[in-house]
Design a protein around this ligand. Structure first.
Ligand code: G3H
Ligand code: 13P
Ligand code: ZN
Length: 316
């Protein structure tokens, strides 16, 4: 059942985080639903502009609806990831989405407020909620000075003013993470002191952590052993830090890269081990199983595992 993003955030806030996963195809949808049923966890499906273009809008929506027929117990929200203004309006008007993200973080503070405000008005009129972004998501590497690192992170006072002025429902914050497989070199940790300071300014407002993949070393090594050439020094977010972040208001945790790594590892290993094979359903089915296992593990780390009955009961 597709529910509002708020229905998932309310019981989770301050206790656990909801995993928000980007999907692009049928196999990911099957693994995503199966994994969350096995974990008994609520979840958020994220569609990017790229995924809407890759699968085609009617196709990706039909895949999600069909997965729901296979797993009717699932409770989830559908969210536009990193939308521009026009895509936000298209999703708001489509009737399929629970929430949209307007990403105007590249613009000035004032411009970001103005764009977000416009999207909020259109979204709220149709009962959708809006995630906005403030700050610069970037790789925080060891050779960056402490001052530089802190300048890249979301300023707590600005965050408060931004939410008040824009009316957004949740806020994506820069707290040390970045997108993709190459987030950190060397020591990796979220900036908890910054998350705490933001939460103090915005009590009760769900914070969103983008760039939350953990880029497991063994996954990278297996991909490379099967012909890949990923940088083995790649590091991501320590997933053991999810729960502490959740207690400080991080309620949505965005994960895409790690799922791509599972796909790449399964397919590279399969075709390395069975070079004579060309039935793509075999690695496809293996991927669904492995992706579902990956989801169960993430749900445990996020603290969302086992929360499905409680979310269902709250829906009435
Ligand atoms: O943050 C972006 C997500 O990883 C989606 O990636 O735009 O390549 O679909 P994409
Ligand atoms: P990763 O690249 O760390 O998976 O982040 C995904 C994301 O933030 C999607 O919005
Ligand atoms: Zn993102």
């Amino acid at each position: 059942m597709i529910v509002s993003t708020d229905a998932l955030f309310r019981p989770a806030y301050g206790k656990y985080a909801i995993g928000a996963y980007n999907i692009n195809n049928m196999e990911q949808a099957l693994g995503l639903f199966l994994g969350h049923i096995n974990a008994q966890a609520p979840f958020i499906i994220q569609l990017s502009k790229g995924s809407r273009k890759y699968a085609g809008i009617p196709m990706i929506e039909a895949i999600i609806r069909a997965a729901e027929q296979l797993y009717p117990e699932a409770i989830y929200a559908v969210h536009l990831d990193h939308g521009d203004e026009a895509t936000c309006y298209a999703c708001i008007d489509s009737g399929f989405y629970s929430s949209v993200m307007i990403d105007a973080s590249h613009a000035s503070f004032e411009e970001n407020v103005a764009i977000t405000r416009r999207v909020v008005e259109r979204a709220h009129a149709k009962g959708l909620s809006v995630e906005a972004e403030l700050g610069m998501l970037g790789g925080v590497e060891e050779d960056i000075t402490v001052d530089e690192k802190h300048a890249m992170l979301t300023n707590p006072n600005e965050a408060k003013a931004f939410v008040e002025q824009s009316g957004c429902d949740s806020l994506a914050v820069a707290i040390g993470t970045s997108h993709g497989a190459y987030k950190f070199k060397g020591q990796q940790s979220l900036h908890f002191e910054r998350i705490e300071a933001i939460q103090q300014q915005l009590p009760g407002v769900p914070l969103v952590m983008h760039g939350s993949s953990s880029v497991p070393q063994d996954e990278v090594l297996r991909i490379n052993a099967a012909g890949g050439t990923l940088d083995p020094s790649a590091r991501g977010v320590d997933e053991n830090e999810f729960k502490r972040a959740a207690e400080l208001g991080v309620t949505k945790v965005n994960i895409d890269t790690d799922g791509r790594l599972v796909w790449t590892r399964v397919h590279r290993e399969y075709f390395r081990d069975y070079p004579e094979d060309f039935d793509f359903r075999k690695p496809g089915a293996l991927f669904v199983e492995e992706y579902a296992r990956f989801i169960v593990n993430k749900s445990e780390k996020l603290g969302s595992q086992g929360k499905l009955p409680e979310v269902r009961a709250a829906l009435g």
